[in-house]
Design a binder for this molecule. Sequence first.
Ligand code: NAP
Length: 303
Amino acid sequence: MAEHFDIIIIGGGPAGLTAATYARRAGKSVLLLEKEGFGGQIASSPKVENFPGFAAISGAELADKLYAQADALGAQIELEEVLSVEAGTPHTVVTDYNSYTCTALILATGMKHRSLGLEKEDTLAGVSYCAVCDGAFYTGRDTAVCGGGNTALQDALFLADLCRHVTLIHRRSEFRGDPILVEALKKRSNVTMVLDTVVDALLGDNVLTGLQLRNTVTGETSTLAVDGLFEAVGQQPEGKLAAALSVADDGGFIPAAEDCLTGKAGVFAAGDCRTKEVRQLTTACADGAVAALAACTYCNANS
Ligand code: NAP
């Protein structure tokens, strides 16, 4: 027979681990399932300087602390990939090793930044997906931002305050993001906009030294020397399970409000997989707390 838990949390990032901590402190039996590694996106960040209480901490160390806290409180934490979920009374969760049931289910499956798919993208130092997280490392240096949405525009503005020069590279002649941000960028003397242009290659052996660019209209190629590239070409939720539960929107995000309630009884959404404006460590943790407490209330009413 499948082992039963009050609450199963899918996803071992900051939202999921915080949810586990809160649910255990409320006395619920908790299983947290993670398929890859704990800490989510933050685990790969070299330095976190915006998590309250820590002036500076590596993402890996912070992930370890979040894990250790949930573990010490008695959450069962397993490295198993969830293959399928079925909502019901109880919900059923099938992993690559086991089958479980639970009264309440928290989806904290996070999201991935879309990448450009270039060679050396994952290995070169100097390629980042988060200006707020990593921008300070490029203070006084030259950076580029690739993308034409609000994230790219905001990243370029953020970096313009720190960097010597910022080049915003967009594949079309018009930005997808808000005109007010475009206008704000035009006023910055240290920002150059390079339109109708794509990044064809990353230059450098271990550390990024520049970009090979191609104008999509003229076909002309050029080289741009930069210390950092911030890719802001959209995001992809890990939406497979949410879609299976019919709680995802067309983009794969879960349209739950600040209360973390999905349209499905006993199913809650926490962290970056939820539709929201601000995707930061702190807001993921906040979601974890809110979703866990809502799940506890649900368990109390339905056990
Ligand atoms: P987005 O709006 O989907 O923009 C992605 C950008 O990347 C687009 O300009 C796209 O170009 C470009 N792109 C995609 N694939 C590319 C590729 N392979 N090579 C080069 N360029 C590529 O994503 P986002 O900026 O992350 O924003 C996501 C959502 O959050 C949006 O709804 C946005 O408005 C919202 N957001 C809001 C705020 C705010 O302050 N309100 C801040 C940030 C984000 P094309 O334009 O040619 O498709």
